[in-house]
Design a protein around this ligand. Structure first.
Ligand code: ZN
Length: 613
């Protein structure tokens, strides 16, 4: 997630959440306020805590049950994550059979006891990674309930995302560590077992106190409330931090308007702080060494640059801090922070930071349900990453989205593709998931610029963020914004590109002379219809464009900056497989004709898109 620098914003967001127009649209949003205290024993790697949660049921429904996620129970032999990781056709090598081989001291667990609702004991059953709770009394519509519990956990050996003693030697990567209430929305409960991927949470304010051995430095979500007591690089300039009386320190964090809380902890962390002109503080936490120190020093230049670029292009980062924390097993996004592996080359380190930071917009602030719409998070994050990297870390010439197009087209031609509407845990292969979510999701956005015009898409993306931030938009919400911004109907684009695996393939079938004119016949071979930009290049070097929107768009895009002059616009009803056009010039004056030289159309057979005469 990102950060924001002015307090009034947060207040405004809260007002919007309860706003009338949102409720009138038939949508509602639950809210939570967590207070947690946790004690971590760094010898046993076990922790104990208390949680008090004030839950606001803003739905029109009476709730008789609630569900909590207990993610650490996934890291046990025989868990759903274990079985799935071993039996999927193309296992994630970070997991494979590692869970099956964990000893009792190495597994993870998270158990809940003494659960009460408004002071009354509640019955709860632990079913793997979900706690099913029968409420002693129902929670009525538009009312609040106080849920209190004790929890105890063991941090698993680092396998996936969170854990202890990572491959790079980071002691604690504490994500998915606390009992987390499942979300309930207009589609009901989302009590998905933790099998593999992605999350969906409820916004609220977190107040977290972590007690841990005093040698450990913590970085992650939230704002430290007692920096001058804690030190570890958080103290104000010039402050002498008193030596703690005992062996532990209690770190007190507050995090307003987030849907998750992560922390990383290690006694060897170096903590660097950069304060941006707009007041946002960037924190870096890494273990100094030959493979880290030099590149993490350089990273201090790029994280602020990336925050500034993304705030300008995708919407203002709404928090006051962002922390890049060495830990985890690759790169993973959390509220106001990320866990990334740190022993990387500079391009790789900057690339992973930019990607995880970009999640602050799509995972953090828009927070689409990532299980149901992983492409709206990973895909748009990849799209934003491509552009940001192109702007702040120029490495190569050419189209920054090229890799995303290659990934999608390779999947489409592989026979393994599944529709992007597939639930992220239910894809048949890891490859189909990742190429759809990351690559096709990015292509969706870049290609949308081809359909409605790049500048209109850019404005639409900002409008999408500003309209739907902190509201969990779904695919229809996005499409409606883009329709309103462009004046073009886009339901067909969603239905083909998201809900089906039909592909795009247009071709130039024939070019022939007809006296002083030239006849051009185009062909639709693929099952997905698209508007066409057909560019004619003449032997004198000049270019002209024929534009063929679809009838079902009920509109057309405006002239795009840098595109050749449009000489002709004509609808192409999608049912027709061929279309013949007459060009008012002699064939021998034409050098070449090409469908979409901008290469934004995700045509799976681009070889037949161009004819040289
Ligand atoms: Zn990602």
């Amino acid at each position: 997630m990102l950060n924001r620098f002015k307090k009034p914003f947060l207040g405004l967001f809260l007002c919007l959440l309860g706003g009338l127009s949102f409720a009138q649209s038939g949508r509602f949003q639950q809210s939570v306020n967590y207070e947690m205290e946790v004690f971590m024993d760094v010898e046993t790697n076990q922790y104990e805590g208390k949680q008090k949660l004030v839950y606001s049921n803003n739905s029109p429904d009476t709730l008789h049950r609630v569900f909590y996620h207990l993610y650490y129970n996934a890291f046990q032999p025989g868990s759903m994550m274990d079985v799935r990781s071993r039996t999927i056709a193309d296992p994630d090598r970070r997991v494979g059979d590692r869970i099956a081989n964990l000893s009792p001291e190495e597994i993870g667990y998270l158990h809940v006891s003494n659960l009460t609702v408004n002071g009354k004991p509640a019955q709860a059953v632990e079913v793997g990674t979900i706690l099913e709770v029968n409420l002693p009394e129902p929670i009525l519509p538009n009312s609040q309930a106080v849920l209190e519990l004790d929890f105890n956990g063991q941090v698993p050996i680092q396998i996936r995302r969170s854990g202890r003693d990572s491959a790079e030697g980071v002691r604690y990567s504490m994500s998915q560590w606390y009992p987390k209430l499942a979300n309930y929305d207009e589609q009901g409960w989302h009590a998905n077992p933790y099998i593999g991927r992605e999350f969906y949470g409820i916004w609220g304010d977190f107040d977290v106190k972590i007690t841990i051995d005093k040698t450990y430095t913590i970085g992650g979500t939230g704002y430290l409330q007692n920096p001058n007591e804690i030190g570890h690089g958080y103290e104000d300039a010039g402050v002498i931090v008193p030596e703690p009386a005992g062996n532990t320190l209690t770190w007190h964090f507050k995090a307003p308007m987030v849907h998750d809380f992560m922390w990383g902890a290690d006694p060897k962390y170096q903590h660097d702080k950069v304060v941006m002109d707009n007041g946002i503080t960037v924190h870096h936490f890494f273990i100094p060494g030959e493979k880290t120190s030099e590149n993490w020093e350089k990273l201090k230049e790029f994280t602020p640059k990336a925050i500034a670029y993304m705030s300008e292009h995708f919407g203002q980062y709404p928090y006051k801090q962002f922390s890049v924390v060495q830990g985890g097993d690759g790169g993973m996004e959390y509220a106001m922070s990320t866990l990334v592996t740190g022993e990387r080359s500079l391009p790789s380190l900057v690339g992973v930071m930019v990607h995880e930071l970009a999640h602050s917009w799509y995972h953090g602030v828009l927070a689409t349900n990532e299980s149901l719409y992983p492409w709206m998070d990973e895909g748009f994050t990849s799209y934003a990453t491509n552009l940001t990297m192109g702007a702040i870390f120029p490495r190569r010439e050419g189209n920054v989205h090229q890799g995303s197009y290659r990934g999608y087209i390779s999947l489409a031609l592989s026979g393994l593709e599944e529709p992007m509407s597939t639930h992220s845990d239910h894809y048949h292969t890891n490859r189909a998931y990742s190429s759809a979510a990351y690559s096709k999701g990015a292509v969706f956005m870049e290609q949308l610029g081809y359909v409605i015009g790049a500048d209109v898409r850019d404005r639409g993306l900002l409008r999408y963020f500003n309209t739907w931030k902190f509201k969990h938009p779904n695919v229809n919400d996005l499409i409606r914004i883009m329709e309103k911004e462009s004046g073009i109907e886009l339901d067909w684009y969603k239905e083909y590109f998201v809900y089906s695996t039909k592909t795009i393939d247009y071709a130039i079938k024939e070019v022939k002379a007809n006296g002083d004119k030239t006849e051009l016949t185009l062909q639709r071979i693929g099952l997905m219809p698209m508007p066409l930009d057909v560019v004619i290049t003449y032997k004198d070097g000049s270019q002209e464009m024929i534009y063929l929107p679809l009838v079902i768009m009920r509109g057309e895009k405006g002239e795009e900056a840098g595109a050749p002059k449009r000489i002709h616009t004509e609808d192409w009803p999608w049912v027709n497989l061929e279309k013949t056009l007459v060009i008012d010039r002699k064939m021998d004056s034409i050098k070449s004709i090409e469908i979409d030289p901008s290469k934004r159309l995700a045509d799976v057979q681009p070889e037949n898109n161009k004819v040289e005469l």
